[in-house]
Design a protein around this ligand. Structure first.
Ligand code: PNS
Length: 160
């Protein structure tokens, strides 16, 4: 049986930390679906289409990874994709409380789904999409934080 995992998030933009979790997920699961949430209540720098394009560019070298967008509940999206697992990266203790709550609520919504936490690699413990946007917005160096294709898109976005 093909084991499918969902890596969900806003990916505004996708970072090297996200890519690390996605790549490590491919070592465990046969297929990894990156689910990019369309959440109208959360203001994003990049449109949903841009976030999907950026993620596709960034995972181009990875096999068994597909990029999809979704609206509504993650559990419904996961079930529709035949997934048994939701993989989330954990950076610091500060991530834990929110992730713990979401994992339990998702379990309540769909008991067949498991949330699997993967520890962020040490070099990405500090990394977040928000920090990347702030640094890029002030013209700082974002190499080593996001893929080169994403760097170019951030530069274009802030050049306007
Ligand atoms: O990268 P983020 O913003 O931390 O990702 C959060 C995300 C997209 C995983 C979360 O907001 C989510 O699952 N949204 C879908 C709506 C949903 O299912 N909400 C109930 C979760 S308990």
């Amino acid at each position: 049986m093909t084991q499918i995992a969902i890596c969900p998030g806003s990916f505004d933009p996708i970072t090297l930390g996200h890519l690390d979790i996605i790549e490590r997920s491919t070592y465990i699961y046969d297929k990894v679906v990156v689910g990019i949430a369309d959440n109208p209540s959360k203001a994003a720098l990049f449109s949903l289409d841009e976030r999907v394009e950026m993620a596709k560019e960034a995972v181009a070298g990875l096999g068994n990874v597909t990029i999809e967008s979704f609206e509504g509940l993650l559990t419904v999206f996961a079930r529709a994709n035949g997934a048994r697992a939701i993989v989330k990266g954990l950076r610091a203790i500060s991530d834990f409380e929110h992730e713990f709550q979401m994992a339990h609520l998702n379990k309540k919504l769909d008991n067949t789904l498991e949330t699997v936490f993967m520890m962020a690699s040490p070099e990405y413990m500090f990394l977040s999409s928000s920090a990347v946007k702030e640094i890029a917005g002030f013209g700082g160096d974002i190499s080593g934080l996001v893929a080169e294709t994403t760097q170019a898109r951030l530069r274009r976005k802030f050049a306007r």
